[in-house]
Design a protein. Structure first.
Length: 241
């Protein structure tokens, strides 16, 4: 029996992909897919909480998604803002702590305000942490961390020799987020698309063909079952008894 058997992953990440294809299959505008994706996110959070997952990272908008048509980008910004504000009541009721990862200052101001408001209102909640990744890029996160560290060294507050992985991790967007255990990608693609490059170091990858708007709690159960069958070695050896 391996150690992961029956163990629920502590931190689960989701690349919420396939909204556009889901809509196109139905002859709808891509935006309708994003709208449906928002409800999938709510279903996912409820399912994750019920299964005892402690941290969820949801990839909502990447630093590369700005290259999409302005109309789609604007619709996404408004949708994320509305979703955060409308869901705030449930986040509070369910004791969800919201944290945000990404280059926030580049977001439209109303969205920045909504994110800050929700973070403040949920700061004391302890049931589960939702790390919402908006204007998030794994490379940008590492660059932003490196810049802060470089400034500390420049100002004489840190020695170059002190820098190790533990110190570096303190400069990530949400330092208390633990390493990712399970990374779920709906939509069938098998790539990381610049998501949490630091945190995925030893995450178990689970790709599913269904599009994100079709997510159901049973998908999470299947992903967890698959995860529990994996043997995680973290670069070491598993010694037989
Ligand atoms: C994911 O769905 C949501 C975002 C990237 C914002 P997509 O919009 O990428 O949907 P597909 O991959 O085109 O189907
Ligand atoms: C990843 O999906 C980003 C989000 C889900 C927010 P993309 O659709 O942007 O990724 P690629 O383009 O397929 O790699
Ligand atoms: Mg996509």
């Amino acid at each position: 029996m391996n150690a992961e058997e029956q163990e629920v992953p502590r931190h689960v990440g989701v690349i919420m992909d396939g909204n556009g294809r889901w809509a196109q299959d139905r002859g709808l505008d891509r935006t309708e897919g994003h709208r449906a994706g928002r409800h999938a996110a709510r279903r996912f959070m409820r399912a994750a909480q019920a299964r005892g997952i402690e941290y969820v990272s949801l990839y909502a908008f990447s630093t590369e998604n700005w290259t999409r048509p302005v109309s789609e980008v604007e619709a996404l910004m408004e949708l994320i803002e509305t979703a955060v504000l409308v869901e705030l009541e449930e986040l509070c009721r369910e004791e969800v702590r919201l944290r945000v990862s990404g280059r926030r200052s580049e977001l439209p101001e109303p969205l920045q305000n909504a994110l800050s408001k929700a973070e403040e209102a949920t700061a004391e909640n302890e049931a589960i942490t939702l790390n919402l990744c908006v204007n998030y890029g794994g490379q940008a996160e590492l660059v932003d961390a490196a810049k802060q560290i470089a400034e500390k060294v420049r100002d004489g507050e840190m020695q170059t020799d002190e820098i190790d992985t533990d110190i570096f991790a303190r400069y990530l967007y949400v330092p208390e987020i633990p390493p990712m255990d399970l990374l779920i990608r709906p939509g069938g693609d098998m790539r990381v698309s610049n998501f949490m490059l630091w945190q995925v170091a030893y995450a178990e990858f689970y790709s599913m063909p269904d599009y994100w708007p079709d997510f159901q709690p049973e998908h999470l159960d299947r992903a967890i079952e698959d995860y529990q069958r994996r043997q995680r070695r973290f670069g070491g050896l598993v010694l037989e008894d």
